[in-house]
Design a protein around this ligand. Structure first.
Ligand SMILES: [Zn+2]
Length: 506
């Protein structure tokens, strides 16, 4: 059996050569990434920046001869939002402009405001009572997080060590993936959450002019988060800035020492409520085999980002690789047996909404598992969304039968550092909704680089953090995987069909 599988799945050397030549020596991946990041700007779901990127991708795919290329409505998302002005500085005891980003979906200050910073010390909800009537027009700071731990020893960025990859390859079915166990922290979190909710309400009711919160991150890096919900029914909140740890701690030390700190700020944000729907971008290279062209090979990644930068590694890198893989296949004149469809998702950062709803609209809802006709036609979906790091192999997502196939597909790319196949799952991105309805969905193993330490969701996630060599390598390997999937006699083997309502592992 193994020998037969290997023979069938040995990639065509002439095609590997063509793909490598186009992908490694005539790449356009950095130009694609430039348009998604620098030219389009931040791409928070529902924002004009995301629309600019989507429109550019649609036109680009069309210009290369892709068909059925469009923005596809996946259903209701919520309000769009963008930052239009962002300025904040300490003015007393001396002038210093701070590094800070408005929290997503928070309002602006309504022009330039000036005020004193007020330190609120609250360990419990009742502690807030003593500040009643005292914070109107003030800039509020709390002591919620210990000062950031400066790391003097670990490098910011790293590639996987061979030993780590060997461990991944040796993992057995049922082995835990990368997801952490948060159960032990839950009790404490519930208390903190209740305090936070009460504080948010108190600040609004009492008329605070601006709220400062300390961002996760060091060295001026601000990892951004939501300050309010994107839902059209979201409750009102105060303007809120996520402040770099260094600036936040300076203001906090001064106010706690009873040294007066005054600030000025001018923040303008805009909400977009005309169209509350979310959209994915899709496009195809049509299949040519009379029997197989109705079947699909899908590839994709999310195009939306956070708003503090331009989402270079999360996920312009992955989206650019998938677009480039399509370009490579089209440019070398592939006439695939199966139809190749790219899908670039939105709403990933809020809960994989673009891909989840695409799967529900086209294939099946994991809640009832009533299968639509297209469910039977998708051979595989390949995803890329773990930063700029090159591909080191692939997660099988528990699909053991796909192992030998992918092992032989990686064979021609050993010299590029990709030959690990692991039975392990990886979560938190857009292949999971496919897997959740029994369609083979895979995310590649990527070198971590500085994704977790520096770029993922931060104000440092820019074009500059994208590694050209890594993206070229990834696009070449993805193009080859997609081609092999389109030409294979059989579809990629499937796992057992999940039962309705089964836990989805998001
Ligand atoms: Zn991402």
């Amino acid at each position: 059996m193994a020998a037969t599988a290997f023979a069938q799945d040995t990639p065509d050397p002439a095609m590997v050569k063509k793909i490598r030549e186009e992908g490694l020596n005539h790449s356009q991946v950095m130009d694609i990434a430039f348009h998604i990041t620098d030219v389009s700007g931040p791409r928070l779901s529902g924002s004009p920046g995301l629309k600019r990127a989507q429109d550019w991708v649609v036109e680009k795919l069309k210009s290369w001869g892709m068909v059925n290329t469009k923005r596809e409505d996946w259903g209701k998302f919520g309000k769009g939002w963008e930052v239009q002005k962002n300025y904040a500085a300490i003015t007393v005891p001396y002038y210093h402009a701070i590094i800070a980003i408005p929290k997503a979906w928070t309002p602006g200050t309504g022009g330039l405001i000036q005020g004193d910073v007020m330190y609120i010390k609250a360990d419990t909800v009742t502690d807030l009572d003593k500040y009643k009537g005292k914070i109107k027009g003030k800039i509020v700071i709390v002591d919620a997080r210990p000062p950031a731990e400066i790391n003097f020893t670990r490098p910011d960025a790293a590639r996987y060590a061979d030993t780590t990859l060997e461990q991944m390859a040796k993992a057995t079915a049922g082995a835990p993936g990368r997801r952490g166990n948060f159960a032990g922290r839950r009790g404490n979190l519930a208390g903190l959450l209740a305090l936070r909710t009460a504080l948010t309400k108190f600040e609004l009711e009492e008329g605070a002019a601006l709220v400062l919160s300390q961002a996760r991150g060091t060295d001026g890096t601000v990892f951004t988060t939501n300050g309010a919900s994107y839902r059209d029914t979201a409750k009102a909140v105060c303007p809120e800035l996520e402040v770099s740890a260094e600036d936040y701690q300076r203001i906090l030390r001064l106010t706690k020492a009873n040294i007066k700190v005054s600030m000025e700020a001018d923040i303008k944000t805009e909400f977009f409520t005309k169209d509350l729907d979310g959209y994915d971008v899709v496009g195809e290279i049509p299949g040519t085999d009379s029997k197989l062209k109705a079947q699909l090979v899908m590839l994709g990644g999310h195009l939306d980002s956070w708003h503090g930068a331009t989402g270079g590694t999360d996920n312009a890198a992955g989206a650019a690789v998938m677009i480039e893989a399509m370009r490579i296949l089209k440019t070398i004149g592939v006439k695939p047996k199966r139809t190749i469809r790219i899908a670039l998702w939105s709403g990933e950062e809020q809960g994989e909404y673009g891909s989840r709803n695409y799967v529900i609209n086209h294939f099946a809802d994991p809640k009832d598992m009533v299968l639509k006709p297209e469910h039977a036609l998708v051979s595989a979906y390949y995803n890329l969304d773990n930063g700029t790091g090159k591909i080191r192999g692939v997660y099988l997502q528990g699909n053991a039968a796909a192992g030998p196939i992918f092992q032989s597909w990686l064979e021609p790319f050993k010299d590029l550092g990709a030959n690990t196949v692991t039975i392990r799952n990886t979560g938190s991105t857009d292949h999971v909704p496919f897997d959740a309805v029994g369609i083979p969905g895979f995310q590649f193993i990527q070198d971590p680089m500085d994704y977790n330490s520096r770029t993922h969701h931060s104000n440092q996630d820019t074009y500059d953090k994208i590694s050209e060599e890594d993206l070229k390598q990834a696009a070449t390997i993805v193009a080859s995987f997609v081609y092999n999937t389109s030409e294979r006699a059989d579809m990629i083997p499937r796992k057992e069909l999940p039962k309705a309502g089964a836990p989805q592992g998001f």
